[in-house]
Design a protein around this ligand. Structure first.
Ligand code: GLU
Length: 417
């Protein structure tokens, strides 16, 4: 991905930093650095015109010490085993940090979903799901949406698994439509969590969030709603972007109107009336209070970190900042609210969805949002408390808590045989 460090290299460096601070031994370090299971499958796809191509799919279960594996499925042309391994490792720390009883996993298919018809997408999804059936299930590993996948993808996965099993198994995936056992509030959960953690960081620095300027990189499922929530709360969202580029208006954009514009058929935010066109690189370097990278990993690197002018970076994406960039941002006094904390609202409500599915008893949206806020506020307090106590960044503190809880689970369970 971005220059310098790959996602997997970044994940390993972050783990080493946490291991050093925690004083864990080399054997445990190696155990935590190694995925428990990594499955590669071939996914033959028959295109609508009849020709066949074989895609590659992955499911990596990084760690199962604290419970079943949990994590999304990504459809992206750059997805490969190393990226999935990194994303799975981050899920392990994220679930431990937010305090939900899961290990970490991630899956993906190396494909550009924008180039597939709906029927082709359904065939890829059903074939990928059936190839990973041996290792998934409500007690084993529970997939969810990620970049390039959505509610419909989860509905097809749930149906494929259920048909094979002979009865409906809603708890096999989360992020499903409400009609088949999805949770109220799951769609906006990651974005809502981004807002909660941004506000916690601002409050801690005694900055009033009202009137704060915000730039959001990636106007997709996470970034689009994060922009809307921040705007609704009184922030001024001055720039957003997607793969085609970005738009900027120093007086503020209206994300609701922009979302409507996109739903009306526009294929990019670029060209939205009343805005200047900027590049994704320019967006990252804008003079704003809060920068929310909400697209892919490796966008803030040692190349551009010195030019980041935001005071707060709130990571909606997984792995947007490389360890080399982290050091530069820290030196420059930029507060980074790390991915495993800032975007954990998604998996937190996935957990609520799974609990509701297992109990066959469903909560209201207010109940979901209230419980999400409790989990996120507690995680933020834990992280900022440890950061202050140990004199480390929020990233290192978050990793220390996540890694520390997984290490404790290993120590308590012991090593078999
Ligand atoms: N893909 C999301 C993440 O990276 C959500 C995972 C989940 O809900 O299991 O956290």
């Amino acid at each position: 991905m971005g220059s310098g460090q790959t996602a997997w290299e970044s994940a390993l460096i972050q783990l080493s930093n946490a291991v050093r601070e925690l004083g864990l031994d080399d054997g445990l370090h190696e155990l935590l650095a190694t995925p428990r299971r990594a499955l590669t499958v071939s996914v033959p796809l028959r295109y609508d015109d009849g020709h066949v191509e074989v895609l590659t799919g992955y499911r990596v279960q990084h760690n199962l010490a604290r419970g079943p594996a949990k994590g999304g499925v990504r459809y992206h042309p750059a997805t490969d085993i190393d990226e999935v391994k990194a994303l799975a490792m981050w899920m392990t720390w994220k679930c431990a940090l937010i305090g939900i009883p899961y290990g970490g996993a991630k899956g993906g298919v190396g494909v550009d979903p924008k180039l597939l018809s709906r029927n082709e997408l359904e065939r890829v999804t059903r074939r990928y799901a059936s190839e990973i059936i041996p290792i998934i299930g409500p007690e084993k590993d529970i997939p969810a949406p990620d970049v390039g996948t959505d509610e419909q993808t989860m509905a097809w996965m749930m149906d494929t698994y259920s048909v094979q099993t002979g009865y409906s198994v809603p708890g096999v995936v989360t992020g499903k439509p409400v009609a088949i056992g999805g949770s109220e509030g799951r769609g906006g959960a990651t974005s809502r969590g981004v807002m909660y953690s941004a506000f916690s960081a601002l409050r801690e620095a005694s900055v009033d969030y009202r009137g704060c300027t915000v730039a959001v990189q990636g106007f997709g499922k996470v970034g689009g709603l994060a922009a809307q929530f921040l705007h609704d709360a009184g922030c001024s969202v001055v720039a957003v972007s997607d793969v085609k580029g970005g738009i900027y208006n120093p007086r503020g954009l209206n994300p609701v109107a922009l979302l409507r514009h996109l739903r009306g058929g526009a294929d990019s935010v670029v060209g939205y009336p009343g805005t200047d066109t900027i590049t994704n690189d320019e967006l990252v370097e804008l003079d704003v209070d809060v920068l929310v990278p909400a697209a892919l990993e490796g966008v803030i690197t040692e190349e551009n970190a010195d030019r980041v002018k935001a005071r707060f970076v709130v990571e909606g994406a997984n792995g947007p900042t490389t360890p080399a960039a982290d050091e530069i941002l820290e030196k420059n006094g930029v507060v980074v609210v790390p991915d495993v904390l800032a975007n954990s609202g998604g998996v937190a409500v996935s957990y609520f969805e799974w609990v509701q599915d297992l109990q066959a008893y469903f909560w209201t949206e207010d109940e979901v949002n209230d419980r999400l806020k409790v989990l996120m506020d507690r995680a933020y307090t834990d992280v900022s408390g440890l950061a202050a106590e140990r004199g480390v960044s929020l990233r290192t503190a978050a990793q220390m808590i996540g890694v520390g809880r997984v290490a404790e689970a290993h120590r308590t369970r012991g090593l078999y045989p």
